[in-house]
Design a protein around this ligand. Structure first.
Ligand SMILES: C[S@@+](CC[C@H](N)C(=O)[O-])C[C@H]1O[C@@H](n2cnc3c(N)ncnc32)[C@H](O)[C@@H]1O
Length: 817
């Protein structure tokens, strides 16, 4: 069955239990000669020292009382673990490895490590101190241990993973036997047969090959380092991702006349409280979508700890029959029931086969898949009962929920297992990456789609298996949502094409103006990037062949019109002068080639990805890509006002009221703020937070937050991701509302020139003849504009730490903060 799997039986309500510490199964590992960990290894020390970390190894007293306490707190509740804790009995040859803060000597993480004959590095116990969790210390200790294993020429690293720690180990590259490659599987079997590993009850044995070589592996950072990225609460997530949040209303059917028929109020047998009167819910407001990286896209996390068995979300959305599901253009989000339930439903005439949250849903639509270590499980009510003689229709599930499979600390990404039928093209990418070949998931998706489409030339949507359709559609959705070129789109025959719903399009005149004369007739279209994106001026440029481009310049380039802007804006003039008294927003004038017409507008924001967002006086809002303009084409036409009411009142959005050092975005002062704030204060004032999201935004009233919809959030998130991984920061990053630095620098240069001219003029004439010029006359005669923003102000603006610079200063402290 395609679509993610919808549910398993709701388990009977159970006690609210915490994580179960591992218990030894009683199997005895074979004795082996003792091997010492080379803990004084210089390469390992070099790996750790930039993070101000140190490794201490030895017997049961290594790391002192603090390490003993940590291991006891994590594993000491069962007497069976005593031997491992005290390094006695079967663990007499084991060692303790402790990660310390090299300055404070605090114990950050500790492990018991056994070097076993058979080239195995066994880690029976591993714990990170509670107050230091989620900061990468566990990953650092793992990297150090793997490095030591390398040094000793060991082949396999084996751990006993609890349910809670499985996701951590998966991130480090370890897998349970079921998910291991063939080589690892046989290695694990042989280890088990020879009794070379210690298995604990309630744990899963996980293993990874230890890559050989002298260099220690790079430090991987823990997933929870992403916590620092701002998240999107329900309302902002819905606005940003173009869907309606119906979490409070539940699922609905669409009637023939297009109206919605809500499933609530539910009959008694569909009430969760009927199954478990003490059901505990995670408050919806504690959930937030966050950017989980370019491969996974967006994910979901909770801002508070979740207890085992708590209910996290209900699967809400549009109810679909099988036939309706088949018509879906994008099946990425729809979930269906497992085959046996689906069959029973079909036999009983139950239309409810899928629930799709794509356009109407809840935050659950962001929850990513984890086959191996999900922390949520899908449960449904009523509990499924097969049709029987007594009850010919059986009992068919109607509602589904995601419930915590174990305790989940705040900030950890929530995941569930999409089920066996869900196509996972990203696994191909992961496998290639593991093999040393970096392959982005979008390429994997496109390749998978192309493979599906080419496997059988006659394939069509009318006759494939549901799994085929799901696979192809998901791959297609993935390729296009991740900016794919569309090359892998499924088109195995005319009827394999799935019609898109009508997206708003620009008319012929606008298309020709924005692209080039004749573009519309040649088949080019300017279409909203996703449904309802037009209201945010989020357009894409679609070629006659159906390929999407994100900018007019890219479209022009693809059409063979060269890299530069084909005909539209030639930019003989650009940024600067404010016509507003407060001077809060910079005005811009642009001349279109050919018709010699000047278009006036106001710069609303700038994103390095999409360029300047300009609100033109004719009511249109358009992104202008500065890369298409040579800076020599830009001419600063002047500035109005004095220190307190000058233009270019853009500033970086540091929240100076908090301790947080990292600027997120930049913002522009509102007219009132700018008027009321002195130039110096303005340069330091915190920008206002947008009412729809956690970001800073210059339009707090906007229903849709431009800061997010213009890609600023994702860009910032990717930057943050890069920073966390120690990647070089993109110097060119400029967030929302900040003018491009090159433009500011050019403006500064021209203004300084102008100032010099003015001084020279006033020295010779004894007067300042520019002081009466009005903005209107300024615009009509740009070069004669009067009034200049004092160079010192521009220098202040330009000289403030930019987000990238500020972030770079913090890099060294990542693991230690
Ligand atoms: C229901 S959506 C989940 C939300 C999605 N990440 C987003 O940004 O909207 C399912 C899609 O997310 C992506 N995805 C989910 N789990 C993933 C994983 N473990 N690795 C990579 N991509 C994943 C795949 O593109 C999949 O088709």
């Amino acid at each position: 069955m395609c679509g993610a799997r919808l549910g398993e039986d709701l388990p009977p309500p159970g006690p609210d239990v915490g994580p179960t510490p591992p218990r030894r199964s009683g199997r005895r590992p074979a004795s082996s000669p003792a091997l010492q960990l080379p803990c004084d290894d210089a390469a390992i020390a070099a790996l750790l020292s930039p993070r101000k970390l140190a490794l201490d190894c030895g017997g049961a007293s290594a790391g002192g009382v603090e390490a003993t306490k940590l291991l006891k707190a994590s594993f000491g509740s069962l007497s069976d673990n005593r031997a491992a804790l005290d390094l006695t009995g079967p663990f007499k040859d084991a060692e303790r490895a402790v990660l310390l803060d090299s300055e404070t000597r605090h114990v950050l993480a500790a492990a018991v490590v056994h070097v076993r004959a058979g080239s195995v590095l066994e880690v029976p116990l591993f714990a990170t101190a509670k107050k230091f969790r989620g900061q990468g210390f566990g990953s650092a200790l793992y990297a150090a241990l793997a490095g030591l294993g390398r040094r000793l020429g060991l082949q396999t690293l084996v751990v006993s993973a609890t349910d809670e720690s499985r996701a951590f180990w998966v991130r480090q590259g370890l897998h349970a036997k079921k998910f291991c490659g063939a080589a690892e599987k046989s290695a694990m079997s042989s280890l088990e047969q020879r009794g070379l590993v210690t298995s604990f009850e309630n744990t899963t044995l996980m293993a990874a090959p230890i890559p050989q070589g002298l260099e220690p592996p790079p430090l991987a950072l823990d997933q929870r380092d992403r916590d620092r990225l701002p998240g999107l609460k329900a309302r902002a997530a819905a606005t940003t991702h173009c869907y309606e949040d119906i979490n409070d209303k539940g699922s609905f059917w669409v009637a023939a006349d297009g109206s919605r028929q809500w499933r609530a109020p539910y009959p008694a047998d569909e009430m969760l409280t009927g199954v478990d009167p003490n059901v505990k819910w995670v408050p919806y407001k504690e959930l937030e979508a966050f950017f989980a990286g370019p491969t996974r896209g967006w994910g979901l996390r909770c801002t508070r700890d979740i207890k085992d068995t708590e209910f996290v979300v209900e699967i809400v959305g549009r109810c679909l029959s099988f036939e309706e599901y088949e018509q879906l253009e994008d099946k990425t989000y729809a979930v269906g029931f497992p085959e046996n339930i689906s069959e029973a439903k079909r036999a009983a005439g139950d239309r409810l086969q899928y629930i799709d949250p794509k356009t109407e849903g809840g935050l659950w639509r962001f929850i990513n898949d984890s086959e191996e270590a999900p922390n949520l499980r899908l449960v449904y009510i009523p509990r499924f009962e097969k049709p029987s003689a007594k009850n010919p229709d059986g009992v068919l599930p109607k509602r589904a929920f995601l419930q915590a499979a174990h305790d989940i600390p705040a900030g950890v990404e929530l995941t569930w297992d999409y089920g066996p039928a869900y196509p996972r093209p990203w696994k191909e990418a992961e496998a290639s990456e593991a093999g040393g070949q970096a392959l982005r998931v979008d390429e994997g998706g496109r390749r998978a789609a192309a493979k599906w489409a080419s496997a059988e030339p006659g394939r069509s949507v009318s006759s494939p298996t549901p799994a085929d359709v799901g696979a192809a559609e998901r791959c297609r959705g993935e390729a296009s949502t991740r900016g794919g070129t569309g090359e892998g789109r499924v088109s195995g025959g005319a009827d394999a094409r799935v019609e898109k719903p009508a997206l708003a399009e620009r008319d012929r005149a606008t298309t020709d103006r924005k692209l080039w004369p004749g573009a519309f007739d040649a088949g080019w279209r300017i279409r909203e990037a996703c449904r309802n994106a037009a209201k945010n001026s989020h357009w894409k440029y679609v070629s006659p062949e159906g390929k999407d481009y994100t900018s007019a310049a890219a479209a022009a380039s693809a059409s063979g019109r060269g890299e530069s802007r084909p005909s539209g804006l030639v930019a003989t003039a650009a940024a600067a002068s404010s016509g507003h008294e407060s001077g809060a927003e910079s005005e811009l004038e642009v001349e279109c080639e050919g018709d010699k017409e000047w278009f006036a507008g106001v710069i609303k924001s700038y994103s390095s990805r999409r360029g300047l967002c300009v609100a033109y006086d004719n009511g249109e809002t358009q992104y202008e890509d500065l890369d298409d303009w040579g800076l020599d084409d830009l001419e600063v036409v002047g500035f109005e006002g004095d220190d307190t009411t000058s233009s270019l009142q853009h500033l970086h959005a540091f929240d100076t009221s908090s301790d947080e050092e990292e600027p997120h975005m930049t913002g522009a002062l509102s007219a009132e703020d700018a008027a009321a704030t002195s130039a110096e204060d303005a340069a330091r004032a915190p920008a206002r937070a947008c009412s729809t999201c956690t970001l800073l935004c210059d339009d707090p009233q906007a229903r849709s937050c431009q800061a997010i919809s213009d890609g600023g959030y994702e860009q910032a998130a990717e930057q943050e991701e890069g920073r966390l991984r120690g990647a070089k920061l993109d110097d060119e990053w400029v967030g929302k509302g900040e003018l491009p630095p090159a433009l500011v620098a050019r403006a500064e240069e021209l203004v300084a020139q102008r100032e010099a001219e003015r001084s020279a003029l006033s020295a010779s004439q004894g007067s300042d003849s520019d002081s009466d010029a009005s903005p209107a006359s300024s615009r009509s005669k740009p070069n004669e504009l009067a009034g200049a923003i004092p160079p010192v102000r521009l220098a202040q603006l330009a000289g403030r730490a930019r987000p990238g610079e500020q972030q770079q200063r913090n890099v060294g402290g990542d693991l230690c903060t």
